[in-house]
Design a protein around this ligand. Structure first.
Ligand SMILES: NC(=O)c1ccc[n+]([C@@H]2O[C@H](COP(=O)([O-])OP(=O)(O)OC[C@H]3O[C@@H](n4cnc5c(N)ncnc54)[C@H](OP(=O)(O)O)[C@@H]3O)[C@@H](O)[C@H]2O)c1
Length: 329
């Protein structure tokens, strides 16, 4: 079976296509024939060795996948060959087959395509965990989403709207802002052309945003913190712009606001039981056909490096996936 391997830390171009024997599922595992794998910014961080958790090469990157069970290990019950399943695996998804502990596997929601199932797990879980569990969002509040057409950003727009909030989406191009409006953003700001703080204040009658979702960092964070409302919550999610901002802490005092760290990956590793309410809500919404994960780009598995390069270069609005030759059933 084909797999994409990181043989030494480096850029996406250093990934190597390899051929391996099919892995055998161990006790408590199932083997999944992968149909599609989501492409995430964090995969590039794993590949470059820049992520906070370092996996020694060689390893197969890829955080999330959807496919069909094609092998069942000893002592596994309640799941059978042919079941349509999805899983978040941290690394290992960029392969035609992968073995996964059965506790990490969930059914693909009814009516959802393999591509959408592969693409929504990490970003939607992060967005819901951030807004509801960490940000205590309330209906009617105003949420400012930065990098709002990115993976986490577009999920945050969708989830915030679903939780009854009013969304202001900020992104770097008019095409991306159009996508945010399609997801339900009420107002948009091109943060590379307009003054972020001034525009947010104009759009909120001078009050500022109750919640800020920040997966981008860089120069955008301080302007967004300055546009946060009294007793607002500023959710620190990631630093896609590359620079970890150093903000004046008096801004938190002046706004009586909270700066809240959000790490879905750490929660999954350290307190997996606390991920259940988030996953249960997402599965319920997905099964009811209420989620709108936007898969806008598809590459063949062998071109996973090119897909990651496009993500790093701000070329993807919504989500990208890689698919195996089997595609969607
Ligand atoms: N804390 C957590 O639990 C968690 C979970 C998932 C991901 N993350 C992190 O969140 C961040 C975003 O992840 P994602 O999957 O949403 O990424 P993504 O889909 O690539 O979106 C990132 C967005 O950042 C913007 N951006 C601005 N400057 C950029 C630059 N110099 N390089 C690249 N992008 C730039 C781009 O939008 P514009 O062109 O519109 O500016 C891009 O669409 C990453 O740092 C990731 O590691 C954290």
């Amino acid at each position: 079976m084909l797999a994409i391997e990181c043989q030494a830390y480096g850029p996406p171009e250093s990934l190597v296509v390899v051929e391996h024997d099919a892995p055998e599922p161990a006790q408590g595992q199932v083997r999944i024939r992968v149909h599609a794998a989501g492409v995430n910014f964090v995969d590039a961080l794993f590949v470059s060795g820049a992520y906070q958790v370092k996996i020694p090469p060689p390893f197969v990157p890829g955080n999330e996948l959807a496919g069909e069970v094609d092998g069942v290990g000893p002592d596994v019950e309640g799941i059978a060959v042919g079941d349509r399943v999805m899983a978040q695996v941290g690394v290992g998804a960029f392969a035609e087959q992968v073995c996964v502990p059965v506790r990490a596997v969930r059914p693909v929601p009814t009516g959802m395509s393999m591509e959408a199932a592969a693409a929504f797990q990490l970003t939607y879980a992060t967005a819901l965990y951030a807004l509801r569990e960490r940000g205590a969002i309330r209906p009617g509040e105003t949420v400012l989403v930065l990098a709002a057409a990115g993976g986490v950003g577009s999920a945050a727009v969708d989830v915030a709207r679903r939780l009854g909030a009013r969304v202001i989406a900020a992104a770097g191009s008019d095409e991306k802002l159009e996508l945010c409006r399609r997801l339900g953003a009420e107002a948009t700001i091109n943060y590379d052309r307009e003054d972020l703080k001034t525009r947010v204040r104009e759009l909120t009658n001078g009050e500022g945003a109750d919640l800020v979702v920040d997966p981008v960092g860089g120069p955008y964070s301080e302007a967004a913190l300055r546009a946060t409302a009294w007793e607002g919550r500023f959710l620190v999610i990631g630093f896609a712009a590359g620079e970890i901002p150093r903000v004046p802490l008096n801004l938190a005092l002046l706004r009586g606001c909270q700066i809240v760290g959000v790490d879905w990956g750490a929660l999954s590793r350290q307190r997996p039981e606390e991920t259940r309410p988030v996953l249960a809500t997402l599965d319920a919404w997905a099964s009811a056909g209420e989620l709108s994960p936007l898969v806008t780009r598809t590459w063949p598995l062998a071109e996973a490096g090119a897909a990651l390069r496009a993500v790093l270069d701000r070329q993807v609005a919504g989500k990208a996936v890689v698919t195996t030759a089997r595609g969607s059933p």
